[in-house]
Design a protein around this ligand. Structure first.
Ligand code: PLP
Length: 354
């Protein structure tokens, strides 16, 4: 049995993969694959509608917000959100907590003045900055809720009065959030939502249409909302499997239930990292991510042998990102706690042998 701690693309529950395979072969006894029926056919429209309804239900999205599935990944959102929200000559504030925020900043600079009000670059992005002031004339404040590469996470969000815009690509649906605190939330599907291909955007309707600029249709949130995520051919496979996965999450008890499990998973692994003298965490303890657990070994020479040992136990994908080294265990929603226990046991056994 394999325990997939990889950072992505997605890991999904086995039952979702199974259901997806039925839909790919014969969707709802139509004799056709979900991939070949028309995306305008009532069968696929129902899939899109259910996916959007599940997002709204699971995250308690209030009235006045639209939910859309787009393409281009979270990376396209770095530019698209600024294109749609930042009027020329106006300013937006950004908190830089890693590679993804840095990219979001670079892209937004094409559209207006970007004020980087805080950064943790001085310590290799190993903490979440807490000391910053947002200028009164700032249009929005952008941050990345989970720093997938460096393993930090905002456990308290910035003040909602600052018009929050958030990249939640790697922790959406992992814990309860109050959508009403945000102007815009976006996430590439491929961690906790579904296969790569779709990008989820949740946006407050009243903030749109205020830049005065003409926006190409594919990049215009208002056009995408009016077209109900079907301005062009949507990523049907990704939306279909995302819908199945959100059904799975609902059946499990929703975000509240998965959050409890995610807390238990992260606690189990961090407890072992802190207990075991061979290992140490790489981030500020109070900012440790529940989804992306980064750690190294006191003796770097033992890292390769431990990686091999863990792989022999079925723990896959724990090699750290090159910017941190060591290990990164991604604990996405679909990873069962039993997999974390296997990794913890491997760490304990490795300690006994070394
Ligand atoms: N933002 C975060 C937090 C990510 O983790 C990633 C990818 O892992 C991205 C953005 C980029 O996403 P995409 O590949 O969908 O453009």
């Amino acid at each position: 049995m394999k325990h997939n701690f990889g950072a992505g693309p997605c890991i999904l529950p086995q039952e979702v993969f199974k259901q997806a395979s039925y839909g790919v072969l014969d969707f709802n006894d139509t004799g056709l694959s979900i991939l070949e029926i028309s995306h305008r056919a009532p069968e696929f429209v129902a899939v899109m509608d259910e996916a959007i309804a599940l997002v709204k239900e699971l995250l308690n999205v209030p009235a006045g917000y639209s939910v859309i599935f787009l393409q281009g990944g979270a990376s396209l959102q770095f530019a698209m959100l600024a294109y749609n929200l930042l009027p020329e000559g106006k300013k937006a504030s950004y908190i830089n907590t890693g590679v993804w925020s840095t990219k979001a900043i670079e892209e937004a600079r094409l559209f207006g003045e970007i004020d980087v009000i805080a950064s943790s670059k001085d310590k290799n992005f190993s903490y979440i900055p807490k000391d910053y002031t947002v200028a009164a004339d700032s249009t929005y404040l952008h941050f990345t809720s989970n720093n997938t590469i460096f393993g930090t996470e905002f456990h308290t969000f910035p003040d909602a009065k600052n018009h929050l815009v958030c990249d939640m690509s790697s922790d959406i649906f992992s814990k309860e959030i109050n959508v009403a605190d945000f102007d815009l939330i976006y996430a590439g599907a491929q961690k906790n939502i579904g296969p790569a291909g779709a990008t989820l955007v949740i946006v407050k309707d009243e903030i749109l249409g205020k830049t005065g600029r003409a926006i190409p249709s594919m990049l215009d949130y208002q056009k995408q909302i009016s077209a109900e995520s079907m301005y062009n051919t949507p990523p049907v496979f990704s939306v279909y499997v995302s819908m199945l996965n959100l059904r799975w999450l609902k059946a499990k008890g929703g975000v509240d239930a998965i959050e409890k499990e995610n807390i238990a998973k992260a606690k189990s692994l961090y407890t072992e990292i802190d207990r075991n003298p061979l290992f140490k965490g790489t981030t500020a303890v109070e900012d440790r991510s529940m989804m992306s657990v980064c750690f190294v070994m006191e003796n770097p020479e033992l890292e390769k042998p431990f990686l091999k040992y863990a792989e022999e136990k079925g723990c896959i994908g724990i090699k750290g990102h090159r910017s941190v080294g060591g290990f990164r265990a991604s604990l996405y929603n679909a990873l069962p706690i039993t997999s974390v226990h296997v990794l913890v046991e491997a760490m304990q056994e490795f300690q006994e042998k070394n």
